[in-house]
Design a protein around this ligand. Sequence first.
Ligand code: SAM
Length: 442
Amino acid sequence: MNEYDSDKMAAILRAWEGLVLTEHPEDADVILFNTCSIREKAEEKVFSDLGRVRTLKLANPNLLIGVGGCVASQEGDAILKRAPYVDVVFGPQTLHRLPKMLQDRRLTGLSQVDISFPEIEKFDHLPASFQSRADKPQSRSGTAYVSIMEGCSKYCTFCVVPYTRGEEVSRPLHDVLRDVEVLVTQGVKEVTLLGQNVNAYRGMGDDGDIVDFAYLLQSIAALDGIERLRYTTSHPREMTQRLIDLYAIQPKLVSHLHLPVQSGSDRILAAMKRGHTVLEYKSIIRRIREARPDICITSDFIVGFPGETEQDFEATMKLIDEVGFDNSFSYLYSPRPGTPAAELRDNTPHEIKAARLMRLQELVEQQEEKVALGMLGTTQRALVEGLSKKSDRELAARTDNNRIVNFSGTADMIGQFVEVKITQLVHHTLRGEMANKMMNFQ
Ligand code: SAM
């Protein structure tokens, strides 16, 4: 979501004053930090980064510095107190107002702060969609992000999102479809639908009725030129049977689902106010696997939530083992100001939590390797996203189940689907060779 928002900021400033991206901060007229406040570490980083660019104002007095994203939303004016040289502070829902804020800063000489939540207004003022990072070298080609909803109304006790991004708001169906159609004309074949709880989508349909996420997926899949659909991040409470059934009938929906569970203990899930039990989560996985047997499941875990006992943690390890998660975003619990869990007592020492996290990550890594080994010898349809990170002479393509495979190929294949035979697994990286001539499914 932040990557999407950063791309939009760049597009807005390009449309406004023809500003272009630079890799060198000393060449910049505007420096924006798009911040994350999901954990404390991410939040602290912004102030050390700000300190680094502050001196650039001495060489370029016209330089404007801005802070956007969820730290801005949370801290507001307090950012100016700690870093008075900051010129604009804007939230995730006001990034479309950047041109006016920068202009006002120039005209008045006063720092500008706007962290309001003007609901869906943001989407009405964004420039036309474009491929992910299309203006950056090493960009992912043939694929793009499309934001379909924002915010969260679940109020999990650990999470700051409802307070920084606001409650769930969905874009109208027509607007999303129009965005995807524009992307197709730019060569996009795969879209990743974005939202804090993407499957909570409830947008206005063409006849004024509210349509759900399954309906939206089917509508996008019906568009010519779209070959693959991904989405992130979903919430277990919004995995409706209609959505699950799509995995049996909609081949454009990839064989990968990221479904955050956070913990494998009912006691902790209740304290987190997740609104589902472990059994209910497992029931979703069982039904998805009935519909799509080869699907890879990934998840988010929070280790060391206040009051998590050894028994609770073992329950999480058991769930990981049972489900066979293929990857995870797993972190230690980080108390977030203003959230209910931040008030809870927590007696578990940090070392114990850190050791738990390490055990959890080792287990998920083993399962990840098992899935990768199972792919050896298979032929995968993969979308070539660009050059490989390690070598300019190699290409990197993404498989349906969200694995990157590197192979030898030519630059004209970027943005195209290829059939790759998986031949090796070297240090967690899949390698392969082209099975057929290039296949363009358009
Ligand atoms: N749809 C998702 C869900 O079901 O919760 C929401 C994703 S949330 C925006 C991103 C992830 O950040 C969460 O799944 C959680 O694992 C992590 N997270 C949020 N608050 C956290 C905190 N206070 N400490 C550690 N991790 C946190």
